[in-house]
Design a protein around this ligand. Structure first.
Ligand SMILES: *[C@@H]1O[C@H](CO)[C@@H](O)[C@H](O)[C@H]1NC(C)=O
Ligand SMILES: *[C@@H]1O[C@H](CO)[C@@H](O)[C@H](O)[C@H]1NC(C)=O
Ligand SMILES: *[C@@H]1O[C@H](CO)[C@@H](O)[C@H](O)[C@H]1NC(C)=O
Length: 969
């Protein structure tokens, strides 16, 4: 599954304030993880209630007694094939419900004699057959025992069938069920999505099975290792099209229960897991192409979407990149695409970013559709990377599947890593591989530097309940997984990594594995490659990265060549309670550079050692962790820091671009951890007036963002602003020049992002030309609303700045355009920008609109309030508003919803005074009776964060302001 929440790269500063304040979220996360620990220690005897990052899992659980009280299937039965028929109704029935009906026959083998059948079934109404929930028959001469009793065990989501005798080992049986389910709009299992086209309401029946929702579509052995072949038949309204994992074999018009319907029967699937199934009925249209695969077979590739989107060409880009990516992966994995077709479909309502159903990948519209007129460079990159991510899963994950969800990190980490390779192949001019530094490595560093982080790998028995499984889909699994696999591929070299991978995929095709199976095959590839010399086996090297949480900071003293490693903790006062089998030491691959020349790779295997070549003399500097291929931070003796700073200031281009970003990010984080002083971190930003590349600028902006949040209401803000203005002005001028006075778009992909940053930051720090520019563009649009002169890349930042600098006229115009917007991304840009006004009455009016569903759709309410809160003027207004309306917001929007805790985070993000802390505590107390679900946790986190901010400001404010003051002169 692709991550659902996407921090738009095109939002500029507005986005940064809400999206990327990694430092600020850290304390929040630590609180979540702390709870995890409490839970672990409190309830060792509980079956299944263990480590999770959950918010809502109860810890009180009695010890289960019966097999159906366990969440895992017993190993007595193993499915072979299913015949499934489903019929979704796209109109409400007499009870006002959308429903589907279905039948399923599962053929299974008995592995161990048993008188009990447990099969998953959730929220399905099963038709009784002779008073039982199912009918059991024997195949190939097996005589089945009769059914003694059957019932649905709601908590564990089982259909339980007790038998009067035992099933015999080695025999084959068939279990038939007939059922009815609701085609709800809950985005889980078989569900419905609605949209209007040309004023007509349209209903789509679609599905999301991962991780545990297939059981909501039909009774099944719903675990990834329970692979089977699926024969699927869909009945659907005439004039609609039915899609599933395989090609359709026949489509005939017929009648069923007196209704005129069409029946579509699909080719049997390959042996596969239930979580990868997909069923879709819609009246969508498609574009189609064909790809010749490495076996010279012709593969059908189609992109499906709403008719209008297809006719506007919005599916064309995805179609164009799919072919090259499939060919790339076939070569990379050295395995042909395993299926006979590839469908990808954009759905109006979809929970995750995308889902890699085998042969029928589902997406949010924003992750698959691209409109070259309206969409920005960020929108386009989103499509490229998500398509690359999902296609990578067709082999890794789908062809070879991990045995259980505890290994999810390998599946998602892998796809999160190779998506950059696939995207790079499709768009070779983008330099997209560099971006993994920002969007995965730096991102997960922030989380994994907490004392309460957790290791990538979990024990199988720690992950049982559906909620625990869902929680595996987190940043550690995706981004740390990607980062350590990238490191592995770098030190093995890509050809060796790919060779091991290919041997793993061929060996385990259509089967299941555990992560060490991959290590075995990589080790074989290493053994057959004498040039690769490793200090230990792949197992022993990787175990240290996989079985212990966190990562090291490697410190080099260039005066004597001493290298040391230490577990990096962002909060120096935090206490690590989780023991590590390796005492928090790692086998660290060190790629490094001396005097501007790359040196032979070194392995740091001890806590401390000397590597004499790392001594330097004179003004020679050392740079460690080239291209950040290793998952660790780097610190140096002061002299070497000074030399690096000096190099940045004289000729920064000598240092590779990724390492410029690394130097900034390491220095700021080392300062945060009190390993270097804050002034050193600030001094890494001094050279920025010469920097023209995106990655270092983005890294700097993210780190400076915390300073901005802490100071933008205080007396020192003027000095900070003046310094940043001085640094950004040359970049702003640079873009003015290369875009011929803002009439063109920069050619380079990353330059397009950097242009957005330049404009956002320049306007924010008061560069007059920026304000004039954004205002005049916006004015031009207001004069002629039918011709928007603002380039899609720049819309978010231009709208925001024009509205911030303008008054009610600008605001009302943008509001009108929002009401008229037909493209979701355009509406989102306007909605965000409306929160940028500096006029309190407009902000208050907007806050009122946010809770009026006639003005702002319910799904956008909390985001709108959060946007207002990210505006320095809006923050206190939003805080007052949230306090006043808490019980209403809570009952209408709150409970367990994710966006609800985002709201609290957004509103309290700047909190850094004793007064605010007191208000927050008071608020928590006053609303204790309202109850708050995930809100409670968010509030506790906010209190923690505020205390940490107060301490940070007290310790740092004065000398930071002094530094900005002296630097801005
Ligand atoms: C399942 O469907 C296939 C194809 O329609 C058919 O050949 C097979 O006999 C069916 N199996 C069962 C157990 O009904
Ligand atoms: C299933 O049965 C329950 C209880 O009788 C009922 O409330 C529900 O509406 C039924 N579901 C469907 C889809 O008919
Ligand atoms: C089935 O009926 C629909 C609409 O009534 C028609 O468009 C379609 O061509 C028919 N399909 C077949 C296979 O006869």
């Amino acid at each position: 599954m692709a991550k659902g929440f996407y921090v738009s790269k095109s939002l500029g500063l507005v986005g940064l304030v809400t999206g990327a304040a990694a430092l600020v979220t850290i304390v929040a996360l630590s609180v979540v993880y702390d709870r995890e620990k409490t839970r672990n220690t409190k309830s060792p005897a509980d079956d299944g209630v263990t480590a999770t990052m959950a918010v809502s899992i109860s810890t009180t659980q009695s010890v289960p007694k019966d097999p159906w009280d366990h969440y895992r299937l017993p190993d007595a039965l193993s499915p072979v094939s299913y015949n499934i028929t489903l019929w979704p109704r796209l109109q409400v029935n007499q009870d006002g419900l959308y429903i589907f009906t279905g039948q399923s026959a599962v053929v299974f083998e008995c592995k161990k004699p048993t008188d009990l059948i447990l099969i998953h079934s959730n929220k399905l109404n099963l038709t009784l057959i002779n008073g039982r929930h199912a009918r059991l028959t024997g195949l190939g001469g097996a005589t089945p025992p009769t059914i003694k009793d059957s019932w649905l065990q709601v908590e564990t989501e089982f259909l339980v069938i007790q038998l009067n005798g035992k099933l015999s080992a080695g025999k084959i049986y068939m279990l038939f069920t007939e059922f009815k389910g609701e085609l709800a709009d809950d985005l889980e299992g078989f569900y419905r999505s609605e949209y209007t086209e040309d004023g007509v309401l349209k209903v789509v029946a679609t599905s999301q099975m991962q991780p545990t929702y297939a059981r909501k579509a039909f009774p099944c052995f719903d675990e990834p290792a329970m692979k089977a072949v699926f024969h699927i038949t869909l009945f659907h309204d005439r004039g609609t099209v039915a899609l599933s994992n395989g090609r359709d074999l026949e489509t005939i018009n017929t009648t069923k229960d007196g209704f005129e319907v069409t029946m579509t029967r699909f080719e049997p699937t390959e042996r596969m897991s239930t979580y990868l199934l997909a069923f879709i009925v819609s009246d969508f249209d498609h574009v189609t192409g064909s790809v010749e695969n490495i076996d010279s077979n012709c593969l059908q590739v189609r992109i499906w979407a709403r008719r209008k989107a297809v006719s506007e060409g919005q599916g064309d880009y995805a179609l164009n990149v799919t072919g090259p990516m499939l060919r790339f992966y076939e070569k990379y994995y050295n395995t042909s695409y395993p299926l006979s077709k590839s469908d990808q479909i954009a759905l109006p309502d979809f929970n995750a970013g995308a889902m890699e159903n085998w042969g029928l990948i589902t997406y949010r519209e924003t992750a698959l559709l691209f409109d070259s007129e309206i969409s920005s460079v960020g929108n386009k990159e989103r499509v490229t990377t998500v398509v690359a991510h999902e296609l990578a899963h067709m082999w890794f994950g789908n062809l070879v599947t991990l045995r259980w969800w505890n290994d999810l990190w390998l599946n998602e980490g892998f796809a999160s890593y190779v998506e950059y390779l696939g995207a790079d192949y499709a768009e070779p001019t983008w330099n997209i591989k560099e971006q993994i530094i920002l969007y995965d490595v730096h991102k997960v560093f922030a989380v994994d530097a907490l004392a309460s982080s957790h290791p990538l790998s979990r024990k199988e028995e720690e992950v049982n309940r559906p909620a625990e499984i869902s929680e595996m889909f987190n940043t550690i699994s995706y981004s740390k997984g990607a980062a350590v696999l990238r490191m592995l591929s770098e030190f093995l070299t890509e050809p060796v990594f790919a060779r091991g991978l290919s041997s793993y995929l061929n060996k385990f095709a259509f089967n299941n594995t555990v992560y060490t199976d991959l290590w075995d095959h990589l080790q074989k590839a290493v053994i057959s490659t004498p040039e690769i010399r490793l200090p230990d086996t792949v197992h022993n090297i990787m175990n240290r990265w996989v079985l212990q949480m966190g990562f090291p900071v490697v410190t080099i003293d260039t005066t004597n060549g001493k290298i040391t490693q230490k577990h990096f903790l962002l909060d120096p006062d935090s206490v690590v309670e989780r023991p590590s089998p390796y005492n928090y030491t790692w086998f660290v691959p060190i790629k490094w550079m001396k005097g501007g020349v790359e040196q032979e790779q070194h392995w740091l295997l001890q806590r401390a050692e000397h590597h004499l070549p790392m001594r330097t003399s004179g003004s020679e500097w050392l740079l460690v962790n080239l291209k950040m291929s290793g998952y660790y931070r780097v610190n140096y003796n002061l002299e070497n820091w000074e030399r690096l700073l000096n190099q940045l200031n004289t000729d920064h281009l000598v240092i590779p671009v990724i390492n410029r970003a690394q130097i900034l990010d390491d220095a700021f984080n080392l300062a945060r951890a009190k390993i270097v002083n804050t002034t050193l971190a600030l001094r890494t930003t001094r050279y920025l007036y010469q920097e023209r590349d995106y990655i270092p600028w983005e890294s700097a902006i993210r780190n400076l963002n915390y300073y901005i949040l802490m100071f933008d209401r205080g007396p020192g803000y003027g000095a900070l602003q003046a310094y940043l203005k001085k640094q950004i002005t040359p970049l702003f001028e640079h873009f003015r020049t290369i875009t011929a006075n803002w009439t063109k778009v920069p050619v380079g992909h990353n330059d397009q992002y950097n242009q957005i940053n330049a404009i956002s930051f320049a306007c924010m720090t008061g560069v007059e030309a920026c304000r004039v520019l954004t205002r005049s563009w916006f004015r031009e649009w207001m004069r002629n609303p039918h011709r928007n002169p603002i380039h899609p890349n720049l819309k978010s930042t231009v709208y925001c700045n024009a509205i911030a600098a303008g008054g009610v006229e600008e605001w009302d115009f943008a509001w009108m355009m929002l009401k008229n917007a037909t493209v979701a991304t355009e509406a989102a840009k306007l909605r965000g920008a409306l929160a940028c006004t500096k006029a309190p009455w407009l902000l208050n009016r907007y806050l009122e609109y946010s809770l009026d569903p006639a003005q702002i759709r319910k799904q956008d309410a909390t985001a709108t309030i959060s946007n207002v809160a990210s505006n320095v003027v809006g923050m206190p207004l939003a805080w007052a508003f949230v306090r006043a309306r808490w019980s209403y917001i809570f009952s209408e929007y709150g409970g367990g919803s994710f966006s609800f805790s985002n709201l609290i985070n957004a509103v309290t993000r700047r909190f850094s005074t004793e007064f605010e802390l007191k208000q927050l505590k008071q608020f928590k107390e006053d609303n204790a009776h309202v109850g708050s679900g995930s809100g409670t946790l968010a509030l506790e986190q906010a209190i923690e964060k505020t205390s940490a901010n107060i301490r940070w400001v007290a310790e740092n404010q004065q000398h930071i302001i002094n530094w900005f003051t002296s630097e801005s002169r």
